[in-house]
Write a new protein. Structure first.
Length: 359
């Protein structure tokens, strides 16, 4: 029994104190962490089992500062090989670097340490904690790789990435601003529709409104007035991102460039006819021109296919203005060249339907 200081009453003895060693072991067992202490005037280090585990060393091996420094990755050694000298100067450290363990595996560690000074102001005792942060670095690296791949994909597809709020209002559309020249204020609300061709605007607005109101995927084609003053075709598609309760948290989507045509493989000229176009928007040939040219030259589908080194089914598709399969520009050019060599000239005059005549 013991007595309180104020009243002199007997109270039960307290339970045995929980030692710092037990506490450190508990912390080590909960994660990738290790501890060390040392007399800074000597090279010998007292290391915990957790530190040996992180460094990949045998606990029976005597630890020293030199052993720890030797494990630092060669590429990081120049920047982090001064840690012990910094501590011996009385300064604390916080360093993050790579190590190569004896089994040749690489780990990222975070090292934090400080020193205590003796009465003369000289570093006396040092203590440090080491965290294995490899998992965090792997996550960051993986995220950076995904981000780089995403940016590369956008660049390769000439795409515009956009994020809209749950109500459909634009949030983040910097690439749209660069594409159209609109400011953030100009594209806000329904302002982004002002950059859509007048003939496509109502249809686009209706498609977007339907998608937002029903939280369903959005997919439509329209022409965009680009910052250089030229209208270009884009396929816009997006999906809602849902919260756990099923509500829409945000919308994400892309606008994929479809130069010179819509997604059905041809663009509509001023005359309303279907025109197969190249990637730069220049007309190549129309389905009607191919049919007419065969009539003038007397070439059958089989013969035209043979001379152009394509299949007969390819000729059938090229002559079908309603086909949903996009023809390759190089295929169109070969077919056109064969027909021109057979004696026809293709014409594309402003304000008139695409035509042809005998050479």
């Amino acid at each position: 029994m013991r007595l309180t200081q104020s009243e002199g009453e007997a109270v039960p003895p307290t339970s045995p104190a929980f030692s710092s060693r037990n506490l450190l072991k508990l912390v080590e067992d909960m994660g990738d962490v290790g501890f060390w202490t040392a007399d800074m005037r000597k090279d010998r280090v007292e290391a915990s089992v957790g530190l040996y585990r992180i460094l990949g060393l045998d606990p029976a091996q005597e630890m020293s500062f030199g052993i720890g420094l030797d494990l630092i990755h060669p590429d990081d050694r120049a920047a982090h090989g001064d840690q012990i000298s910094v501590l011996r100067s009385g300064q604390p450290i916080t360093r993050e670097f790579r190590i190569i363990r004896p089994d040749r595996t690489k780990r990222w560690i975070l090292h934090r340490a400080e020193v205590m000074l003796d009465p003369d102001g000289r570093p006396n005792q040092g203590m440090g904690v080491v965290f294995d942060v490899t998992g965090r670095h792997d996550s960051v690296t993986s995220m950076e790789q995904r981000h780089a791949r995403f940016n590369a994909l956008l660049s390769a597809t000439a795409a515009v990435f956009w994020i809209n709020g749950p109500d459909g209002e634009p949030l983040e559309m910097p690439q749209w601003q660069a594409l159209t020249g609109q400011s953030h204020l100009e594209m806000s609300g329904q302002g982004w529709l002002d950059a859509i061709h007048a003939d496509d605007r109502d249809r686009t607005a209706a498609a977007w409104s339907t998608a937002v109101s029903h939280a369903t995927p959005y997919n439509t084609d329209y022409r965009v007035l680009c910052a250089d003053g030229i209208y270009r075709w884009f396929n816009a598609r997006g999906v809602p991102i849902l919260d756990h309760d099923g509500s829409v948290r945000e919308w994400v989507g892309v606008c994929l460039s479809v130069p010179g045509r819509n997604r059905y493989g041809f663009s509509k000229g001023a005359s309303g006819g279907a025109t197969y176009a190249s990637d730069d928007g220049e007309p190549i040939v129309t389905p009607a021109q191919i049919r007419g040219a065969r009539g003038i030259t007397g070439l059958s589908k089989d013969e035209l296919a043979r001379r152009a080194s394509v299949s007969v089914s390819t000729i059938v598709r090229l002559e079908d203005a309603t086909s949903s399969i996009k023809p390759r520009p190089d295929t169109l050019r070969v077919v056109r060249q064969v027909l021109e060599e057979a004696g026809v000239t293709f014409t594309f005059e402003p304000g008139a339907k695409p035509g042809l005549r005998e050479t």
